[in-house]
Design a binder for this molecule. Structure first.
Ligand code: AMP
Length: 398
């Protein structure tokens, strides 16, 4: 086959139509947790046939998908089956291997592309990227050997946080170092694997911005949300964050700059620390919808999952304007410790509470089982109502 014919064969039908995919085409997501589930639900609402590449048929996304390919995300037969079924493919997590995405992208539309994921699936690459682009973030040093660990302690000061470069989430793969003589033992608990050491940030609050970039390079962003973490896991998000218009604009501008520098097509979340002096420091980038954006399902005319479908399919992006302030609280497996939560109580007390459950069969401490969203003209009242509903789930009369 000539090189021209080969490259023409590699271009997908959708690419020949300018990279646009209309319903009822089949589209898919790699990864089958709650993010994949909510992507599929948004896609189905728009009339797409939505499939998933999943390890088992019982996952949150596979339960609602029109079709499921069973297999790991970097398994060639599974990828071939996925490419046979879907015209366009996205991801719900960043740790899909670059070779797998490159292989798929030669056959189908894949958004975001492997280069975007490559940066954000490794903290060392992510921080180097931020430094290269002059985007403010906490001081850090690479730690790949004992000398680098000593240098990090000396140059960053204490306390500092050691984080594994690869595959950390929700505080996993992190350890706090408070004394220089405890540094080596702390690194050992992470298996002496490649890490980054990060200076401890005395932040006032944590914020995040969900930004969406289309295939034409145009971007839109939701107002920043205020995030509260417990044990390193997101507990609640309130939006808009009470940070004033200048900080809000700075956060959105940083998110736009990151999306553009990554050449991302799709949804991206940028998490920030805001110091008491009003400085914004980027903590983390997630090249996909984010837990802090779940409240856009009710609060915005286009949710982050609608936007993910629109960006993937090459459609014009929707609006990010909020119809109302909102709050979201997570429902972790801990709420199941004494049996099934009291749904009746929570839902009868305040009918404005929107319940989302992800269909996970086994509750575990720290596992995200669902969330609640409340809209209210006052964001603080929205949060208070959502927290009250969550408390009512476990209030048992003795
Ligand atoms: P991460 O997985 O890096 O997003 O960290 C999870 C949470 O740990 C963050 O949302 C913060 O609450 C906390 N954390 C992480 N890095 C730092 C830091 N350098 N200084 C202070 N707190 C941090």
């Amino acid at each position: 086959m000539s090189a021209a014919a080969e490259s023409d064969r590699d271009r997908t039908e959708a690419e020949k139509r300018g990279g646009v995919v209309y319903p009822p085409a089949s589209i898919a997501v790699i990864g089958s947790g709650q993010l994949g589930r909510m992507f599929i639900q948004a896609a189905q609402q728009m009339g797409y046939q939505a499939g998933v590449l999943s390890t088992t048929s019982e996952t949150p996304a596979a339960q609602v998908a029109n079709w499921t390919i069973l297999g790991p995300p970097d398994h060639l037969p599974a990828l071939r089956a996925l490419a046979d079924r879907a015209e366009a493919i996205t991801v719900e997590f960043e740790n899909v291997s670059a070779p797998a995405l490159r292989w798929l992208a030669r056959r189908r539309i894949v958004r975001p592309g492997w280069r975007t994921l490559w940066v954000s699936q490794n903290r060392h690459r992510e921080k180097s990227f931020l430094a290269r682009h002059g985007i403010p973030h906490a001081p850090w040093r690479p730690v790949r050997n004992k000398d680098e660990l000593s240098t990090a302690v000396r140059e960053l000061g204490l306390p500092l946080i050691l984080k594994t470069s690869a595959s950390g989430y929700d505080g996993k793969g992190q350890v706090l170092i408070e004394r220089a003589d405890a540094a080596d033992a702390a690194w050992l608990t992470l298996g002496r694997t490649a890490c980054v050491a990060e200076a401890w940030v005395e932040f006032a609050v944590e914020l995040s911005v969900v930004v969406v970039r289309g295939s034409d390079g145009q971007s839109v962003a939701y107002p920043p949300g205020l995030n509260h973490h417990e044990k390193h896991i997101l507990s609640s998000t309130t939006t808009p964050a009470p940070v004033g218009p200048i900080v809000a604009q700075e956060a959105r501008d940083a998110a736009f700059a990151i999306a553009q520098a990554l050449d991302a097509v799709g949804v991206l979340c940028v998490e920030f620390f805001l110091t008491s002096a009003g400085r914004l420091l980027v903590n983390e980038i997630a090249p996909r919808p984010h837990n802090s954006g779940h409240l856009t399902i009710e609060a915005a005319s286009s949710s982050q999952f609608d936007q993910q479908v629109r960006a993937l399919c090459g459609l014009p992006l929707g609006e990010c304007k909020l119809g109302s302030p909102a709050a979201m609280v997570n429902l972790l497996g801990d709420l199941w410790a004494d049996g099934e939560p009291l749904w009746r109580e929570a839902m009868r007390a305040d009918p404005g509470v929107k319940l989302h459950l992800y269909g996970k069969r086994t509750p575990k401490a720290g596992r995200k089982m669902g969330h609640l969203t409340v809209l209210d003209p006052d964001p603080q009242t929205a949060l208070a109502r959502a927290l009250a509903a969550r408390r009512a789930l476990v209030r048992r009369s003795s």
